[in-house]
Design a protein around this ligand. Structure first.
Ligand SMILES: Nc1ncnc2c1ncn2[C@@H]1O[C@H](COP(=O)(O)OP(=O)(O)OP(=O)(O)O)[C@@H](O)[C@H]1O
Ligand SMILES: [Mg+2]
Length: 500
């Protein structure tokens, strides 16, 4: 039986139509994958369903009832829970207060029953195998804990339909497996799920059915067992999709970056030599040190030992400003927490780094900035109304492209990219790989940290695999494959030798 039927849904923002009569049908007790490129309209449709936005047309039937314009609260009462793409917690509230916000328990004297709320939160975490202290302030949690808290919060209220909009972007492999276990259990008990993700292996592992949108239009629905990653990608992207390998060896120059027994919070004794024009992939399980080392190289945190040489000069002072001046750029992971300045337009967000570097200039040349933005917009296929649109009006993946443009826009010679394709669709990923290879050809040096091995395989000359805070193995381009990387990152094979 169908739990949800959405028909001919239309939605516009300021006269721009982003949903053009789309359909979505979700059966009881199934996981339904909602697929489409960045900006296709997936999150918007979910916002329409849950009362965040009102629709301009179309009908919704949920659990046998016709649904008119509803509020967020009413959608929750109907049994719909929504885990948003971008984290949506109150940092200055405690963990349990976030869970019970607006639904607090009161005791018989009319006071908040903190004890009961804390106890129930603790029990929930125990059932879900989540290790978080219910009385901790949300701001003290790691990004992965925050994502788990959001998911737990949705699971607490025993919804009939759970919407998960890219729920795994901050989770490690173990946490993802655990989450999928919970989803499969609830599914057996009859709960339905709408699952939005750009990671093909996840989609195929978890989902029963799929619906594809392109550009705000309904394209196709069906059983996951009847499609392949290639065929759904074609449905998402249209005929223009081209997945040909773009990797090419290129001449490299002198050494521009050298780490010698470099140590700091979360990593130690990292030695690495990188030449001008090289692309190095870094990977390892979450917490293995590969992201931490990049943060230290960019001056977010201080090293505790060893050294770093940039263009043959030993770095003495570790601050973001010094590193930017030395020609290093860094795209940090977790966009919402580390990149987005919510009150600014996308152009202002894009120019932030360059303005910091050129603070001595008297005037900002608006016209030139807009021209440059237009360049990046066509290069990266950024979907936005215009450059003065608020950054938050862009879809998640399109925001990410703005931040990639932001760093390409500085003249930095060394680019540190931490999880650069977070939330980016398959078509745009291919564009970004092409761009990275092109930049390397022009002489830029690029370090990319990611858990997605196929990404490294497509671009990296070498891959440094981290385990327990240091590099356990360096693989050449032709040695990089998922099995080999996994073996080293779990320390299943002891490395005899680590070359620089
Ligand atoms: N509040 C808003 N104001 C103006 N435009 C918006 C707003 N919210 C979404 N849009 C536009 O609607 C379109 C669809 O965005 P949506 O967030 O639904 O995409 P998506 O399919 O979820 O993409 P992604 O995979 O990147 O998250 C985009 O072009 C986006 O810019
Ligand atoms: Mg989205």
């Amino acid at each position: 039986m169908s739990l949800l039927k959405m028909r001919d849904i239309v939605k516009s923002f300021n006269g721009v139509t982003v949903l053009r009569g789309v359909n979505l049908t979700v059966e009881e007790g199934t996981v339904h994958a909602l697929l489409g490129e960045n900006g296709a309209g997936k999150s918007t449709l979910m916002n329409v369903l849950t009362g965040v936005y009102t629709r301009d047309g179309g009908t919704i039937e949920f659990d046998g009832k016709v649904i008119g314009d509803i509020t967020i609260r009413q959608s929750e009462q109907l049994g719909i829970a929504f885990v948003h793409q971008e984290l949506n917690l109150f940092n200055d509230l405690k963990v349990y207060e976030n869970i019970f916000l607006g639904k607090e328990y009161a005791n018989r004297f009319g006071k908040l029953d903190k004890k009961k709320m804390i106890a129930e939160t603790r029990q929930l975490f125990q059932e879900l195998g989540v290790e978080i202290d219910p009385t901790e302030l949300a701001e003290n949690l790691t990004t992965s804990q925050k994502q788990l808290l959001e998911i737990s919060k949705a699971l607490f209220f025993k919804a009939k339909l759970l919407i998960l909009d890219e729920p795994t972007t901050a989770l490690n492999t173990e946490e993802i497996n655990h989450l999928f276990g919970i989803i499969n259990n609830l599914k057996k008990k009859g709960t339905s799920f709408i699952f939005i993700s750009h990671k093909m292996p996840e989609i195929f592992e978890l989902s029963d059915r799929y619906t594809v949108f392109r550009n705000g239009e309904f394209i196709k629905e069906g059983n996951i067992s009847e499609v392949t990653p290639e065929s759904v990608t074609k449905l998402m992207v249209g005929d223009g999709y081209d997945n040909k390998s773009v990797y090419q060896e290129r001449p490299v120059g002198e050494t521009v970056l050298k780490l010698k027994n470099f140590s700091g919070p979360g990593f130690h004794d990292v030695s690495l030599e990188v030449k001008k024009g090289q692309i190095i992939g870094l990977t390892g399980l979450q917490g293995a040190g590969s992201s931490e080392v990049l943060q230290c190289m960019f001056g977010y945190v201080q090293p505790s030992g060893g050294e770093m040489e940039i263009h043959g000069k030993k770095a003495e002072h570790y601050s973001i400003h010094t590193m930017m001046k030395a020609g290093i750029a860094m795209l940090p992971s977790n966009r919402k927490e580390n990149s987005v300045i919510p009150d600014m337009s996308l152009l202002e967000n894009m120019y932030l780094s360059e303005h910091t570097l050129s603070a001595f200039k008297m005037h900002i040349n608006k016209k030139k900035e807009k021209e440059k933005f237009e360049n990046y917009r066509s290069m990266l296929n950024i979907k936005a109304e215009n450059s003065s649109a608020p950054i938050l009006s862009l879809s998640g993946g399109n925001q990410q492209k703005v931040f990639i443009a932001k760093w390409l826009n500085t003249d930095a010679q060394i680019l540190l990219f931490d999880n650069p394709t977070q939330g980016i669709d398959v078509g745009a990923k291919a564009e970004i790989y092409r761009l990275i290879l092109e930049l390397a050809k022009q002489g830029k040096t690029i370090l990319i940290n990611t858990l997605e091995i196929p990404e490294i395989q497509k671009v990296a000359d070498f891959c440094a695999v981290f385990y327990n805070g240091s590099i356990i193995k360096i693989l050449r381009h032709d040695e990089i494959d998922e099995t080999t990387v996994m073996l080293y990152s779990t320390n299943a094979v002891k490395s005899q030798e680590v070359k620089g």
